[in-house]
Write a protein of this length. Sequence first.
Length: 154
Amino acid sequence: MEKHPKTFIKPNIPTNLYKGSEGPNSTERGIYLIHHLYNYSDKEGLVLNNFFDSNLKKHLERINTLGKDELVLIDIGSGEGMVLVDLLDQPNLTKESRQFLTKNPNIKITAIGLTDSPNALEQGKEKHIIRKFSNPLDEIDLLINKRIKIKNYF
């Protein structure tokens, strides 16, 4: 019986595909944009513009009901990680979720962003996130932020 030599096939990893807005000023890709793109009506017909926050709170309630203590949020196409940053730096955009977290101090959030890699060597590595800190945070928000872990990966 003839043995075949093992061959290594070099993977073809697509890189540098995204050509949209990038950089620390690309705030239009954060939670604020999501809130204003996806308006919906409540049971009384009142139009609400807190789509991301309401859905985040629903998922937090769901994991709490299941007896879990961690919600893992995946942002596919995260880019500069503006949604991730907004979770920490813009508490006014996630008021409902933060109220829920205040009442349920055992629950944590792990938010993971996945974005396009600029080259094959960066694939799978962590991408640095630039925090805004545009508004000073109060003590409650700082305590909640200790329970929110964010990471962004190529």
